[in-house]
Design a binder for this molecule. Structure first.
Ligand SMILES: [Zn+2]
Ligand SMILES: [Zn+2]
Length: 169
């Protein structure tokens, strides 16, 4: 059988092929042939060893997670970085309309725009403002469970407010 001239597969490739054929661990073949063991490349995001050594990430998700984009906080104006995947998820799937750098800024923003107390324990002390809760629901698209969590008001209270507002609008 004629061998094509100029065809010289890298020794590592041959060693890996031989290992696969005879069912011997690649490492053993490498030591037998006197090839220094390869350092496995790791995923830049999760540090898992990579199956395909010519890649930088183990998966598309890791690649997305690794990429961070710069954003400007709507409350404090600070530039901050967040994983692109999370931003896409928040704006897409969760349908968020606004972006803040922290829970603190989120709370401050809510207080300024809707008059809610920054800390949930204070929310219990005031009489819940139906209009504001309804407006927040319309602006954010948040359902009762999410509003309840954000405002520290029992979900049953929120649900009944939303239900009453819906039936009168
Ligand atoms: Zn990974
Ligand atoms: Zn901020």
């Amino acid at each position: 059988m004629a061998v094509k001239s100029g065809y010289a597969p890298p020794i590592c490739k041959v060693a890996r092929l031989v290992a696969a054929i005879i069912g011997m661990p690649t490492r053993e073949i490498f030591t037998k042939l006197g090839i220094p063991p390869e350092e496995p490349k790791l995923c830049l995001n999760c540090s898992e060893p990579l199956v395909k050594q010519n890649r930088f990430f183990c998966s598309r998700e890791c690649q997305m997670q690794y990429v961070r984009i710069s954003l400007i906080c709507e409350e404090c104006g600070k530039v901050f970085y967040r994983r692109a995947l999370k931003v896409a998820h928040d704006l897409g799937e969760k349908n968020y309309q606004h972006i803040w750098c922290s829970y603190r800024c989120h709370g401050l923003w809510l207080a300024k725009h809707y008059g809610f107390a920054v800390y949930p324990e204070h929310a219990h002390k005031r009489k819940h403002d139906w209009e504001r809760i309804w407006q927040l629901h319309l602006d954010t698209g948040w359902g009762a469970p999410r509003l309840s969590k954000k405002l520290g008001i029992p979900v049953s209270t929120i649900s009944s407010i939303l239900w009453k507002k819906r039936s009168t609008e």
